[in-house]
Design a protein around this ligand. Structure first.
Ligand code: PEP
Ligand code: MG
Length: 894
């Protein structure tokens, strides 16, 4: 086995073996670019070291051979002679792990070679500066000495010398600093700083290997799901010096603007500096364009190289370079990170330049970037008065006056004011206020709290769980931890992308991408921004290639219409519960309190026409497309008054002997329906089976609405969906009843209705017995919210606020399983249900309507597992369309 590769031996496709940095250094060497000589120790060597605790036996000899070759080429010897060779030792894993592992520069300097270097360079100061950097970096990363000990000493030296920055330190200052740094090393380790160059190098290599298992690196990998057994490569490269005086320097550059994607020359340069000084911000850099004035030859060469790299990598590259006394050296390149807007622009520019095709362009962007482009944002230039930070629950930027209840939100919004609804947490009662508000702010609850889910569904900005804020609903004020008080009517700005809450107004910029989806910007017309054009092109391509259809979770005509503008191909989930709130709550009370069949029928008869009108609106908005109506799911007590409030009210009226009989009965009913674990209680199909007539009324309303639409010349495609089914017997009973009602309506109206009936799969038992359930279902829709809750045993309303932060911190998962599907657990059940459902009924239609339906990563899983569609909130439809397209095109070899 070969453990060491010269830069001239590798190439960019060997990232597994040489790490990202090593593979790209090799590629640049192959392209004939000016890379200093060097070699890479493979990840295999690192793995062998980590497994046994020792370097593999052959490694030392291989390193010696490569070092010899390097010395020959350079005509210098490591740390020896009149002109000593120095090297850098850098980590470089397959996946970039920024700042997680170690790097040591200037290896080879010692008390002897520092003098030689100074004499040879004709610059004593430079040599001593390099030496103090070596001891500092080596001390910190190889010997594990607290970095602050060196930093503090450096600061003291600058203070004592009256130096504004490190370049103002003189040779004697630096010599003193070296003495002091060596003393720090001796005191901390009991040993002298090693003077032998090869020993320095070997220790540094070992330190880089060890840094793979440093705690920061482990945590990072756990969160990013990077396997722990990959190991890192080590790159050993001849040092070139940017700190050799004013005709030297270091810089970073991008082949296009990583912020906007525009072509041009972007980068920073710092004269008389080593690489880390540029990013550390110790002195002000100049722009790359200014390099043209300083060193035209190097500048021209650099531009030429940047073009070569971009054409070769067919993407935006970022690079690090050094100029040593007028000679340009390339130290690193890689495909560069970019903003969401730049990603879309660059992908289409590269297609136009003929560098990549549309399939590759689709891989260059993703749904998370598209989502970012869809939210209005605060003007980046503006500064706000930060009050507190909470959980970024639904992105965007919202400004308005604080209001503390739904009624005030509706009233003030109707009067033309913009409002931010502030609650401790929200519940279905707050819906009107949430609709009226620009944004929602709560001090409790996590990313799947009611406020967060509903806000995301509406595309409304939401910051939740801001625990530093004390929300006093009675006093109608918020108090911050620092004692700042915000009264009702005071202006707030909330940023749902960062979770930040500001006092006063921060200016907001609307999203042109949403304007485009809404049909208010024509991407073909001249005024359209090139970003809008790029989004339009890639979306059109995704739509052409995707297999998954995309539907909306929508319960109102308005939402359905917007969803359709955004590209929805039907409704995958209409939650009917909101149709039982507001004025209709009273009718639900009648239903619950009914003591005779006649009273119950009367209550249901009153609900029927209202429900029918709801469905008509939806069927009309989605004419010709499927509309899945889910029958009532939540436990009934959610529609009744709160037990505590009602008990207090009755106790008070009792004491005055004024209690109305209705209230007493209501209290008894609320007590009777009260459950310890309502999520696992009387809800979903169970409710439909024990409250006679409830589901029948809903089925009848849908059948009659469909008949009305037919009569009006429409094309209604209703689908009845039963929630929380655990066994086929439940479904059979509901189906029998539904079929009877549909037949009645068909006969009465003289029509044939295209109504199918299926079930949600949201309990483990349903997934495990899907083969049986499919006997009675025309379709399955995976309710992955409940399925996640029941598979993990996580209460979806509680866990995110209570302990998910700790789980995320410990790296137990990188993202909440309520956000991205847990492929190994919940996903395994989905797979099982798909397989056994289709075995029973090959034409079974399969979809998903949990929150995961709009999550980019999860969409790929649903594509792979063979679902027919995903359904998500209207605002996430474009994201799902894009990701479904990306999932459908196999990635071509790069
Ligand atoms: C689900 O459980 O995934 C689902 C879509 O239903 P709800 O969120 O309404 O329980
Ligand atoms: Mg559910």
């Amino acid at each position: 086995m070969k453990f060491v590769y010269a830069f001239s031996e590798g190439n960019k496709d060997l990232k597994d073996l040489l790490g990202g940095k090593g593979a790209n250094l090799a590629e640049m060497t192959r392209l004939g670019l000016p890379v200093p000589p060097g070699f890479t120790i493979t990840t295999e060597a690192c793995r062998a070291y980590l497994a046994s605790g020792d370097e593999p036996a052959a490694l030392r000899a291989e390193v010696s051979a490569h070092l010899d070759a390097m010395e020959q080429r350079m005509g210098k010897k490591l740390g020896e002679g009149r002109d000593p060779l120095l090297v850098s030792v850098r980590s470089g894993a397959k996946f970039s792990m920024p700042g997680m592992m170690d790097t040591v520069l200037n290896i080879g300097l010692s008390d002897v070679s520092v003098e030689a270097l100074g004499a040879c360079a004709g610059d004593e100061r430079f040599a001593w500066d390099s030496y103090r950097r070596l001891i500092q970096m080596f001390g910190k990363t190889v010997l594990g000495i607290e970095g602050d000990l060196f930093e503090d000493r450096l600061e003291e030296a600058k203070r004592a010398a009256g130096a504004a920055s490190d370049v103002d330190l003189t040779t004697p200052d630096l010599k003193q600093l070296v003495t002091d740094f060596k003393k720090i090393v001796r005191e901390a380790t009991g040993q002298d700083f090693p003077q032998e160059p090869r020993e320095q190098m070997d220790l540094a290599i070992r330190a880089v290997f060890d840094s793979w298992n440093g705690s920061r690196a482990r945590l990072y990998r756990r969160q990013e799901r990077i396997p722990h057994d990959l190991g890192t490569a080590v790159n050993i490269c001849a040092m070139v010096f940017g700190n050799l005086g004013p005709d030297s320097g270091s810089g970073v550059a991008f082949t296009r603007d990583p912020a906007s994607g525009r072509q041009g020359v972007y980068g920073d340069y710092l004269a008389n500096a080593q690489g880390e000084d540029v990013v550390a911000g110790i002195r002000n850099t100049v722009s790359l364009a200014d390099l043209e004035q300083l060193d035209k030859t190097s500048y021209d060469q650099l531009l030429q190289i940047m073009e070569t790299l971009e054409t070769h990598y067919k993407d935006l590259c970022d690079i690090e370079f050094t100029i040593e006394r007028g000679t340009l050296w390339m130290l690193q390149t890689r495909v560069g990170k970019r903003t969401a807007a730049a990603a879309f622009r660059i992908a289409t520019q590269l297609v136009d330049q003929g560098l990549i095709d549309e399939t590759e362009a689709l891989h260059r962007v993703n749904g998370a970037q598209l989502a970012q482009l869809m939210f209005p944002h605060f003007d980046g230039e503006a500064e706000g008065d930060l009050l507190a930070t909470g959980i970024a629950a639904s992105p965007g930027a919202a400004v308005g006056v604080a209001v503390f209840d739904s009624e005030a939100a509706v009233r003030r919004a109707a009067a033309g004011e913009k409002v931010i609804l502030v609650r401790r947490e929200t519940n279905p009662d707050d819906l009107d206020g949430m609709i009226a508000a620009e944004g929602i702010l709560t001090c409790r609850g996590g990313k799947t709290s009611h406020a967060a889910v509903v806000a995301r569904g509406m595309g409304k900005t939401c910051v939740c769980g801001v625990e530093e804020l004390d929300v006093d609903l009675k006093g109608r004020r918020i108090t911050t931890g620092d004692g700042v008080v915000i009264e009702e009517g005071d202006t707030l700005s909330i940023d749902g992308t960062s979770g930040k809450v500001y006092r006063g107004e921060v200016p907001v910029v609307p999203s042109p991408v949403v304007e485009y989806f809404e049909g208010r910007i024509d991407p073909r017309a001249e005024p359209a921004d090139d970003l809008v054009r790029a989004v339009h092109r890639l979306m059109s391509y995704a739509d052409r290639v995707r297999r998954l259809r995309v539907r909306a979770n929508a319960d109102t005509g308005e939402d359905a219409a917007r969803a359709r503008r955004f590209g929805a191909q039907g409704i995958g989930l209409c939650r009917t519960e909101h149709m039982f709130l507001g004025d209709r709550r009273e009718l639900v009370e009648h239903l619950v309190l009914a003591e005779t069949d006649a009273e119950q029928s009367a209550a249901l008869d009153a609900l029927l026409p209202l429900q029918r009108a709801d469905f008509q609106e939806l069927l009309e908005a989605m004419d010709g497309l499927p509309v899945t109506v889910r029958l009532l799911d939540p436990p009934l007590h959610e529609f009744l008054p709160d037990l505590t409030e009602l008990s207090v009210r009755v106790a008070l009226t009792d004491s005055r002997q004024e209690t109305e009989e209705k209230d007493t009965r209501l209290l008894h009913a609320v007590e009777r329906l009260h459950e310890q674990n309502p999520m696992l209680g009387l809800r979903g199909v169970r409710l439909g089976l024990v409250i006679p007539g409830l589901f029948s009324m809903q089925v009848r309303a849908l059948a009659e609405a469909a008949a009305d639409r037919l009569a009006a010349g429409g094309d209604p495609r209703g689908e009845i969906m039963i929630p929380l089914v655990g066994t086929v017997q439940e479904l059979e009973i509901v189906r029998e009843d539904a079929e009877r009602i549909i037949a009645e309506v068909e006969q009465a109206r003289g029509v044939v209705l295209e109504l199918t009936l299926g079930t949600m799969i949201e309990l483990p038992r349903a997934a495990l017995t899907a083969g049986q359930i499919a006997e009675s279902a025309d379709f399955f829709s995976f309710g992955t919210n409940d399925l996640t809750q029941t598979v993990w045993g996580f209460s979806r309303d509680d866990v995110e606020a209570s302990f998910f932060a700790a789980y995320l911190e410990k790296g137990i998962f990188g993202t909440s399983p309520f956000e991205t599907i847990d492929v190994d657990g919940v996903g395994a059940l989905v797979r099982t249900a798909v397989r056994s459902g289709r075995a029973t009924r090959p034409d079974l239609k399969l979809g998903v309507c949990g929150e995961h339906g709009g999550d980019p990563e999860s969409v790929h899983f649903f594509h792979e597992v063979g679902l027919d569609y995903v359904s998500c909130s209207p605002f996430r439809i474009p994201v799902a369309r894009l990701e479904a397209g990306r999932a459908a095109v196999a990635r071509p070899p790069v």
